[in-house]
Design a protein. Structure first.
Length: 117
């Protein structure tokens, strides 16, 4: 099983990025897919969750609600995080997670997002 994040980079405040999480060895449609982030000196925090397709609900941290959108493309076996109106406080390493149950819980390696002028 492998989750590979991409799409991070340097962006100015107010800009947008779309992170991708390409999965291999698992089917994203049956997993709860989520994005976390970890800023320097801070704990990893949950950003957004898209539950397995049969449930079909989403959750967002208050700090990103209205600006970030989580989605998945089952045909491409990929999850996404669309990030709009980025702020300097969004700067962090962003991680993708796929979880079905305790023993089926996988993380990507992370992608750096830096918001700075």
């Amino acid at each position: 099983v492998q989750l590979v994040e991409s799409g991070g980079g340097l962006v100015q405040p107010g800009g947008s990025l779309r992170l991708s999480c390409a999965a291999s060895g698992l089917t994203v449609s049956i997993y709860d897919m989520s994005w976390y982030r970890q800023a320097p000196g801070k704990e990893r925090e949950l950003v957004a969750v898209a539950t397995r397709a049969v449930v079909g609900s989403t959750y967002y941290a208050d700090s990103v609600k209205g600006r970030f959108t989580i989605s998945r493309d089952n045909a491409k076996n990929t999850a996404y995080l669309q990030m709009n109106n980025l702020k300097p406080e969004d700067t962090a390493v962003y991680y993708c997670r796929a979880r079905l149950q305790t023993s089926l819980d996988y993380w990507g390696q992370g992608t750096q997002v830096t918001v700075s002028s």
